[in-house]
Design a protein around this ligand. Structure first.
Ligand code: HEM
Length: 495
């Protein structure tokens, strides 16, 4: 009944014939393997039958009647996905679906056409090689600050949930490299004139966007939770305005070339680039860059802890490049091929963005295939919703052998299926921050694994669990803006 492209269809749980459910794309994967989910969630889904394996084609369609009669075509066929991502004019982005991310103003993610081109052009120089080096250097500084000033001489550090460190890492790197704002692990508290720290406000906002859409402002005052969410939105706005005014006042003294400078230059040169374009884009870069990165780092640590043999292979590779005690440099980044393979495998298995929406701007057609090698030409009428099902593609056995297995080495083979790997989307609207993430990720992983061994925290209440049960528990996730690990308890042991 309710289209998944509508807000209500996105929020409802799975109800047969009424809504597909919020977590459907992630939970279905390609073959309905639900093993890594909480039992309660799994039980609800066992009757689910809209899966590609069952359909016999690498595409399925849903027909819905609300908000209007519409067809959604969901794709896990690499060639069809490549065609969709490559043709921006034929398959644009349905920007109205992103309006929920425009609280603070229009922005690069929630725009199309000339507006998008302008935002992308403004932001592009900040993602050049020069700034990637800055990202690397800032990441190394932030991780050394964690080692030296927080973990100190402790032999083993227990972290109750890995997000407790990966969220600050992602935010500190983004703040420093994109906005020139250095936050140290020690001064994480609430600054004067604020009721919430920058980190908490941003986290609260990304986790609770949906609440802000559903409730009018007056209703946000009704419960303690909604009041906190409302406060987070106000606080984030005020933190962002502060970042802008600090830089505006400091700009004369210091020449910088980061994202904030590019955005401020655009607002100074072009009167149509308003202050709301500024906060809209700052917010968007913060959201797009911090949660995706934090969750990916968290899943990566979890997988390495669950698979110590893979961690050992990675450690030996890092050791073969880094002389004892030497810090890795940006120039050495291409040498850390195993670190990159570990990230790619984690992103294949846990792509933060599960479904990438597009629509057909004209009457057209598309060829889709199946495991038997058959091909089918589908008519795609104008207005058809298209979902690039990242998870389904990444677990599609047509491209990935034993897709449920964590095997980073598949990305070291020269002919790995590049078109079947789209965690950052592809084509002109692919993620602008991909290299930023890879740079930060490799610096974090290389430093972390070279000095610490990561293990799952042993807890008496889980002493009798099997490996599969432990894996299910540690990898359990819930929906957020991107898939969110629920609790990944880890121990970092000094090597
Ligand atoms: C693991 C890390 C990341 C993943 C998996 C990821 C994934 C994606 C995906 C799938 C898209 C396309 C979304 C769509 O079409 O609806 C996207 C777009 C985008 N990402 Fe990322 N991203 C990551 C990190 C980052 C970082 C670190 C930044 C910024 C510093 C960033 C900034 C953006 C922006 C601005 C866009 C919109 C680009 C445009 O529409 O032109 N992302 N990302």
């Amino acid at each position: 009944m309710f289209s998944q492209q509508s807000i209500i269809g996105n929020l409802l749980p799975r109800i047969p014939a009424v809504s597909r459910g919020r977590f459907a794309t992630w939970l279905e994967k390609h073959n309905r393997d639900l093993s890594i989910f909480q039992t309660s969630l799994r039980r609800k889904l066992t009757t689910f039958n809209v899966a590609y394996a069952k359909a016999g084609w690498d595409a399925t369609t849903n027909i819905s009647i609300y908000p209007s009669t519409s067809v959604a075509l969901s794709l896990v066929d690499a060639a069809a996905i490549k065609e969709v991502t490559a043709s921006r004019a034929r398959f644009p982005k349905p920007v109205e679906q992103y309006k929920l991310l425009s609280f603070f103003g229009d922005n690069i993610v929630a725009s199309e056409g000339d507006d998008w081109k302008r935002y992308r052009k403004i932001a592009a120089p900040a993602f050049s090689d020069r700034n990637n080096k800055l990202t690397w250097d800032e990441t190394v500084r932030i991780i050394l600050d964690l080692f030296d000033n927080v973990w100190g001489s402790q032999e083993s550090i227990i972290i109750d949930h890995a997000l407790d460190i990966t969220i600050p890492i992602a935010l500190f790197v983004l703040s420093a490299a994109d906005f020139g704002l250095r936050i140290s692990w020690k001064d994480e508290g609430i600054p004067p004139n604020h009721q919430m720290s920058f980190k908490d406000a941003l986290h609260e906002v990304s986790m609770n966007c949906f609440i802000k859409i559903l409730f009018p402002n007056w209703a946000m005052g009704l419960t303690e939770h909604t009041r906190r969410v409302r406060l987070a939105f106000e606080e984030l706005d005020s933190h962002m305005l502060e970042i802008i005014s600090k830089r505006r006042n400091a700009e004369k003294k210091e020449e910088r070339h980061d994202l904030l400078s590019s955005l401020l230059d655009a607002s100074a040169d072009d009167p149509s680039f308003t202050d709301r374009d500024l906060t809209g884009n700052i917010f968007m870069f913060l959201v797009a860059g911090h949660e995706t990165t934090a969750h990916t780092l968290c899943f990566t640590f979890a997988m390495l802890a669950l698979y110590p043999d893979q961690q050992e292979i990675l450690y030996q590779h890092i050791k073969s490049i880094l002389a004892d005690g030497k810090l890795p440099t940006y120039e050495e980044m291409p040498l850390f091929t195993h670190s990159m393979a570990v990230f790619n495998e984690t992103l294949r298995m846990f792509p933060p963005v599960n479904g990438i929406p597009k629509y057909s701007a004209e009457d057209t057609s598309m060829t889709v295939g199946n495991a038997a090698g058959d091909e089918l030409v589908l008519p795609v009428p104008r207005g058809t919703h298209i979902v690039i099902n990242t998870v389904g593609l990444h677990y599609n056995p047509r491209y990935w052998k034993d897709p449920e297995e964590f095997r980073p080495s598949r990305f070291l083979e020269p002919d790995w299926p590049r078109d079947a790997f789209v965690p950052f989307s592809a084509g002109p609207r692919a993620c602008i921050g991909r290299k930023f993430f890879e740079t930060e990720g490799i610096a974090v992983l290389t430093l972390m694994i070279s000095r610490y061994k990561i293990e799952i925290k042993e807890e008496p209440q889980f002493a009798s669990e099997t490996f599969e049960q432990r894996k299910t528990r540690v990898l359990a996730s819930k929906p957020g803006l991107t898939i969110t690990p629920i609790r990944v308890p880890l121990v970092f042991k000094r090597r």
